[in-house]
Design a binder for this molecule. Structure first.
Ligand SMILES: C[S@@+](CC[C@H](N)C(=O)[O-])C[C@H]1O[C@@H](n2cnc3c(N)ncnc32)[C@H](O)[C@@H]1O
Length: 423
């Protein structure tokens, strides 16, 4: 029988697996007869033996710990790409947001594939093949590569958020905390964003978003904290300075250009818009070997400024009928402009669940038939599409569904539909 275990205890544990959310799994014997209590540990790698400090032993189902030293290192360990996030730094001084930076790039992908496989099997009860690829190199029309991933997986963020605390300190939050810690570099950000981040100075407490669109110039969007606390007593970011947030910038995907508000949604990784365009195109090719029917009705749900609607419409040609559905009216306005070359393309401002409910209630037999011959692409925010939306899509029974997901654990499609995930 082991003595009582408390927060602050130091233990050596074997890391046996990877979990969702950038943490790893160890087991503590805990006096029980089963496989032991799950302990979630960041900054480790499966196969390692790690010295940890327990930080939360209050829950019956799992505990949390922080890694303080590697006792037996994995061959996949490398010095963290963000020196300040390295295991040699005190856990409270490590910045968050680069959870796999201590792992060789190829092995990071292998671990993400494992997270995805586990989510599909355990939560979705789906036994589907899972593959993880890196971002695709962007090729110009002559076949030359104009942008590709760095060898160590750094310098990809075209958008970052910094925080300003009450003393005017500016920086990221420390891992798993809301404490601002100043840092000396930002290796995941593009070099221009890093320069702007290191120049950023305090001001009112809140957030500063740095955005580098295709023209290369960095925009700084100040989002000071609202003066009154929001729900739950937490202070929320007030609306951004409208002059910068509503500044219209241009993004490029191959030869195609997209207008978007500087403070509006655009994919963060500099190769993501291109990679997702290619992934959706490939998935539709595979699902529709006869080709996309331009006369059918296609939908791009959670469409933003029309990135994936353009990918679908490129496949169907100039007459493709597609509706991009998006809740932000400014994004919808841009989607209307970005999709102007397709006469059958429309952008609608609506919540997706309401749009699908109205469609269900009002669509004529002809519209239903066109929808069932069409493709539905959906790319919801991290919270997922939700059961109602997934049920509504299943009710339409379209010819193909491509689900682009930030989080593999959120409600997804049913067996038989195609799944593509962004990790
Ligand atoms: C992950 S982004 C995808 C945008 C687009 N597919 C792209 O890749 O640029 C999700 C989008 O859904 C929008 N959104 C969030 N909740 C929504 C809802 N309930 N109904 C419609 N749009 C929503 C957000 O404003 C955001 O533009």
């Amino acid at each position: 029988m082991l003595g009582a275990v408390e927060s602050g205890d130091i233990l050596d544990l074997d890391i046996t697996g990877v979990a969702h959310g950038g943490v790893f799994v160890a087991r503590h014997p805990d006096g029980g007869s089963g496989p032991g209590r799950v302990v979630f540990v960041p900054d480790a790698i499966p196969g390692e033996r790690v010295r940890v400090r327990l930080t939360d032993v209050g829950k019956a189902s799992f505990w949390r710990a922080e890694a303080v030293e590697v006792r037996d290192a994995s061959p996949h360990r490398r010095p963290h790409v963000w020196r300040q996030a390295d295991i040699s730094v005190a856990p409270s001084e490590r910045p968050g947001g680069a959870d796999f930076g201590h792992i060789a790039l190829g092995h990071q992908r292998e671990l993400k594939r494992e997270v995805m496989r586990d989510a599909l099997q355990r939560i979705g009860r789906l036994d589907l093949p899972t593959t993880i690829e890196g971002p695709l190199p962007v090729q110009d029309q002559d076949g030359s590569v104009s942008a590709e991933e760095s060898a160590d997986g750094t310098r990809w963020r075209t958008r970052i958020s910094l925080h300003v605390d009450a003393d005017g300190a500016v920086g990221p939050f420390a891992a798993r905390s809301h404490r601002v810690i100043p840092v000396a570099d930002h290796p995941l950000a593009t070099e221009a964003i890093e320069r702007a981040a290191l120049r950023a100075s305090g001001g009112s407490p809140g957030r500063i978003d740095l955005v580098q669109p295709a023209d290369g110039h960095v925009r700084a969007i100040a989002r000071p904290e609202a003066s009154r606390p929001g729900r739950g007593g937490r202070r929320t970011a007030a609306p951004a300075d409208p002059r910068t947030a509503l500044d219209v910038v241009e993004e490029r995907v191959g030869a195609r250009r997209f207008r978007v508000d500087a403070g509006g949604f655009w994919q963060v990784h500099r190769l993501a818009a291109w990679t997702l365009t290619r992934a959706v195109t490939d998935a539709l090719h595979a699902a529709l070997p006869e080709g996309l029917d331009p006369e059918a009705q296609h939908l791009d749900l959670y469409g933003g400024v029309g990135l994936l609607a353009a990918a679908v419409a490129d496949l169907g040609g100039p007459a493709t009928r597609i509706v991009s559905v998006e809740s932000d009216p400014r994004a919808t306005e841009h989607a209307g402009e970005n999709l102007a070359e397709w006469v059958g393309a429309r952008a609608e401002t609506s919540r997706v669940d309401r749009y699908l409910r109205t469609l269900h209630e009002t669509a004529s037999a002809g519209e239903r038939a066109r929808l069932s011959r069409g493709a539905i692409v959906l790319d919801p925010p991290r919270s997922g599409a939700g059961g109602d939306v997934v049920e509504a899509i299943a009710g339409i029974a379209p010819a193909a569904v491509v689900y682009v997901a930030c989080d593999p654990r959120r409600p997804g499609p049913r067996p038989g539909h195609l799944l593509r995930a962004r990790l």
